[in-house]
Design a protein around this ligand. Structure first.
Ligand SMILES: Cc1cc2nc3c(=O)[nH]c(=O)nc-3n(C[C@H](O)[C@H](O)[C@H](O)COP(=O)(O)OP(=O)(O)OC[C@H]3O[C@@H](n4cnc5c(N)ncnc54)[C@H](O)[C@@H]3O)c2cc1C
Ligand SMILES: NC(=O)c1ccc[n+]([C@@H]2O[C@H](COP(=O)([O-])OP(=O)(O)OC[C@H]3O[C@@H](n4cnc5c(N)ncnc54)[C@H](OP(=O)(O)O)[C@@H]3O)[C@@H](O)[C@H]2O)c1
Length: 485
């Protein structure tokens, strides 16, 4: 049982967590609900490709095969094979229990009531997790949740009474249902149908594009967008690769970061016109390249705002050609509801007559996480934050939930790359490699706390005092608001 780590999920994140935990000599057991590795790449619609150029979505120690010509590999034939060969190459498969859906996890340690007021890692007591798989209980000392943020629990909009799918004569599905269909059934579902797709992000664009390919102008696909977003037809703008604009260290100098030093703050402020200019440079390219203005699809947010919140994707091939020929009709509407014949949207007096509505409205990743916990207290912790995002230290550890890590919930331009470095950090953490004696680096450690709180970490007045006067408790006065007690 010693060093037994339970990993839930064998998608990209679970494979990475398992590989790095194995490297440190732990004894992992991976529970995977499906019968194979690869997670969501097993269930995508036919046209799905990697949105990143392949060299930015690859394992650091396992490059794509040199025989692969495509810059943006396709889902099952290429991405899935790549993930499978990674699992084979690093001997991960024997550690995976397939067809093993974890129903819930239950922490056995301090009483929950006590724990509500305590912090991470209790020592000297029995503490482990019971993972319920079918009717069998597996005991592990640490759990890594790699259950995926964009799968499993769909986000279905809510409607007032008598305005939801129940009054509609046609069929309503979520993009996830579409992704789970086999090729023939998915093709049959959309064939010669009047289809409306709700959503303006990547799934919606891809599905609308597939419908247009299948049905042409005879049965145009209506896309209902609440918000217009910037999308890229390729990875470069005016001949400059996006990587040079947004993925190097210089580009991060232009952005304010939590807890940054005075110098970095000053630099980001001084360089903000350049940041604005880069955003406009990209926007000008997209406005020139795509007829967005003609269709009222110029986003209100700047390109910079969109890329900062991970709302940037690649446009499906010839998307606006389909809009121009009329096989895709773009409609903007803040709200929508159902009636007998189809959909009612704002600004249109007549309903949009529809046979099939596909809700490409995203996923409830936080709900999926919450459902994993038997304890209502832990469930509450997952949803307790004021922000809509689960608060995780280094985007990995929830500070109120002991002996548990979450990989795959932070979004970036390359999610594989983000999951890999977090898996490496986690393995390092589990291996006990974080110093417990901090005598010689005490000030450096306190700097990190100050930065986490967004406070200045250099606490003394003047360079001489900063570097040569000993640091003591009073240097840290005023980090928190003054108590009124
Ligand atoms: C259609 C689509 C395309 C994408 N394309 C890109 C892209 O091009 N570039 C990019 O950077 N990101 C992309 N993403 C984001 C994507 O989420 C990540 O790149 C990555 O593949 C996610 O891997 P994961 O392991 O975290 O999650 P998943 O792939 O969702 O894997 C989760 C695994 O956990 C298993 N599981 C869940 N619950 C349980 C349970 N209770 N018990 C046991 N097993 C369980 C599931 O069966 C699944 O195998 C895409 C997302 C989607 C939906
Ligand atoms: N590699 C690929 O080709 C590929 C393909 C598909 C998906 N993905 C990835 O998978 C992830 C999920 O993408 P996704 O497109 O499925 O989901 P998503 O990014 O969460 O987008 C959901 C869309 O639904 C809209 N929406 C949500 N609730 C709504 C409501 N009540 N009424 C109207 N519209 C509503 C949102 O509108 P707003 O825009 O107004 O918020 C948004 O446009 C992303 O990371 C994406 O990049 C990648």
């Amino acid at each position: 049982m010693e060093k037994r780590v339970g990993i839930i999920g064998a998608g990209t994140s679970g494979l990475l967590a398992c590989k790095y935990i194995l490297d440190r000599g732990f004894n992992p057991i991976v529970f995977e609900a499906a019968e194979s590795v690869g997670g969501l790449w097993n269930h995508t619609i036919e046209s799905t490709k990697l949105q990143n150029a392949k060299e930015t979505y690859q394992f650091s120690d396992f490059p794509w095969p040199s025989s692969l010509q495509e810059v943006f590999p396709t889902h099952s034939t290429q991405v899935l094979k790549y993930l499978e060969s990674y699992a084979q190459h690093f001997g991960i498969i024997p550690y995976i229990k397939f067809n093993s859906k974890v129903i819930d996890i239950d922490y056995v340690g301090e009483f929950y009531e006590k724990m509500e007021h305590q912090m991470f890692l209790h020592r000297g007591k029995v503490h482990l997790y019971k993972c319920l798989v079918g009717s069998k209980v597996h005991r592990v000392e640490f759990v890594v949740l790699c259950i995926g943020r964009f799968s499993g629990v769909p986000n279905i909009p809510e409607f007032p009474p008598h305005q939801g799918p129940e009054v509609f004569n046609g069929k309503v599905i979520h993009s996830m249902d579409n992704a789970y269909m086999d090729k023939a059934s998915a093709a049959e579902l959309i064939r010669r149908k009047r289809i409306a797709v709700v959503g303006s992000q990547k799934s919606a664009l891809d599905i609308a594009s597939e419908c247009a390919n299948a049905n042409g102008v005879e049965y145009p696909c209506i896309m209902i967008q609440r918000t217009a977003h910037w999308f890229l037809p390729s990875g470069s703008c005016w001949g400059v690769s996006l990587g040079y604009l947004y993925s190097n260290r210089f580009s991060e100098l232009l952005i304010h970061k939590p807890g940054e030093s005075f110098l970095l703050k000053l630099l980001a402020t001084m360089l903000s016109p350049l940041r604005w200019g880069i955003s406009k440079f990209v926007e000008s390219h997209l406005r020139w390249k795509l007829p967005m203005r003609k269709y009222g699809m110029i986003p209100k947010s700047s390109f910079f705002q969109e890329i900062s919140s991970c709302r940037i994707g690649m446009l499906p091939e010839k998307f606006y050609n389909k809009v121009e020929e009329g096989s895709i009709i773009l409609k903007k509407s803040q709200n929508f509801s159902f009636c007998k014949e189809g959909l009612v949207i704002s600004g249109e007096s007549l309903p949009l007559k529809t046979d099939l509505v596909i809700l490409a409205t995203g996923y409830k990743g936080d709900q999926k996480l919450k459902n994993m916990f038997k304890s209502q207290i832990f469930q509450k912790y997952i949803f307790s934050a004021a922000s809509s995002l689960v608060p995780l230290f280094r985007q990995i550890i929830h500070l109120q939930i002991p002996q548990l890590a979450i990989i795959g919930y932070s979004e970036s331009l390359s999610n594989l790359c983000s999951a890999e470095i977090r898996s490496q950090w986690l393995a390092h953490f589990l291996d006990g490699n974080f110093a417990s004696c901090i005598l010689s680096i005490n000030i450096w450690c306190n700097d990190q706390f100050c930065k986490d709180m967004g406070q200045e970490h250099k606490r003394k007045k003047g360079i001489f005092a900063e570097y040569f006067q000993p640091y003591g408790p009073m240097d840290y006065a005023g980090l928190s608001p003054v108590s009124e007690r």
